[in-house]
Design a protein around this ligand. Structure first.
Ligand code: MG
Length: 387
């Protein structure tokens, strides 16, 4: 029996994980659930999974939730506030933490869980972008596995299990291309609604916008280079609109190994939870003859500036990826709020990166400082744009 805590249980990855877990009750039990503010969803999840503890950010919500638990005869502890999330992530009765909080806010809890020797199923790609080498080193020191949940990274992981790293020539990361890959009208007029309409994946808002700018693929390229310990030059991106091939690994002998399935996040989530076992699932069987054709295109780095920025940040390394990520999170939030145009997302990220003086200190504080500096700088740029 694997005992898990899910950080970000009301989000897209969190709810899909619970769907899987509800069908694997003999193998997995839920000990902890954490949400930012969605108390309604959390209550439903508590009733169904009876975790030993939960986290909700505000102390008022936590107080209400405690009373609700007493009233319903539920013995679940409720944590809140600044240290509550870390408390939940480090509970002694938990074996694995699913890090599914979106953005830099997921960083501290991921690190706390690693230090407490919990295996990590990582969906929070931003934490690997911000402090990837630090996290991988910490995981190695604590004998902890970091298992990918992102579909592409799960694919790469499956394609290279049992292989020697020295035999890998390159990783080929597939990208659906998002809603605007073939779009040839004015990008500056793209609305929030258009950007939120992803052709193949149904995800949260932040990642959907990142998929439209292709920053998501840029973040994933950095994530792949960190997780698999390869330089960014060995991570190649190919546009594959059908999202059937989830990524590939090319070996020195010229062999290319790919992982295929219908696009369904439940597969990579389940694999991260059950690894090294494979359990049967109810995802739709892949029928290649029905699909007929699989297409692949070169990505357009000029049309999608965010891709260029991500490779630049990865090459610069140190604090540059953290700065890129923070500026992007800030710019995406401003776009979703209607404060800036779609095309300004990349421009804000670029300007923030250009203004950044990199630090070569590899401490966690340095990354956190770079992150908050970039947010403030990007905010200033947004105020200029929106006036
Ligand atoms: Mg992905």
């Amino acid at each position: 029996m694997k005992r898990i805590a899910i950080l970000g249980s009301s989000g897209s990855i969190g709810t899909q994980t619970l769907d899987i877990v509800s069908k694997m009750k003999d193998n997995i039990c839920v000990e902890g659930l954490a949400v930012s503010s969605n108390i309604k969803v959390l209550k439903t999840q508590i009733k169904k999974f009876k975790p030993s503890a939960v986290f909700i950010k505000s102390s008022t919500d936590a107080h209400n939730l405690k009373q609700w638990c007493v009233f319903n005869n539920i013995k679940t502890d409720v944590y809140s506030g600044n240290t509550g999330l870390e408390k939940l992530a480090t509970m002694p009765n938990v074996d694995m933490v699913l890090a599914a909080i979106v953005g830099a806010v997921g960083l501290k809890s991921t690190i706390a869980a690693i230090k407490a020797k919990k295996n990590i199923a990582i969906a929070n790609k931003e934490s690997l972008v911000i402090a990837g080498n630090y996290i991988m080193k910490l995981a190695a020191e604590n004998g902890v596995s970091i298992l990918p949940v992102d579909s592409e990274h799960s694919a790469i992981f499956q394609c290279c299990t049992g292989e020697k790293k020295a035999h890998i020539k390159k990783i080929i990361l597939t990208a659906s291309g998002g809603p605007f890959y073939k779009y040839n009208k004015d990008f500056s007029k793209i609305t929030v609604e258009q950007a939120l309409a992803h052709p193949t994946w149904n995800m949260g808002k932040k990642i959907t916008i990142d998929s439209a700018t292709l920053m998501n693929k840029g973040l994933e390229a950095i994530e792949a280079s960190i997780l698999f310990g390869l330089p960014i030059d060995k991570v190649e991106i190919v546009i594959h609109p059908q999202s059937i091939v989830h990524s590939m690994v090319e070996y020195v002998d010229g062999s290319v190994i790919a992982q295929l399935s219908n696009p369904d996040m439940k597969l990579p989530i389940q694999y991260a939870l059950t690894y090294p076992e494979r359990l049967s699932s109810n995802i739709k069987t892949l029928n290649l003859a029905d699909i007929g054709k699989l297409e692949f295109y070169k990505p357009n780095f000029d049309k999608f500036l965010c891709l260029k920025l991500a490779y630049f940040a990865a090459k610069k390394s140190y604090t540059m990826p953290a700065v890129m990520n923070a500026a992007n999170e800030t710019a995406v939030a401003a776009f979703l709020n209607g404060e800036v145009k779609f095309t300004y997302i990349a421009k804000i990220v670029e300007k923030t990166m250009k203004a950044h003086e990199m630090s070569k200190n590899m401490s966690l504080d340095t990354f956190v400082e770079a992150d908050s500096w970039a947010r403030q700088y990007a905010e200033k740029l947004i105020r200029v744009c929106s006036n």
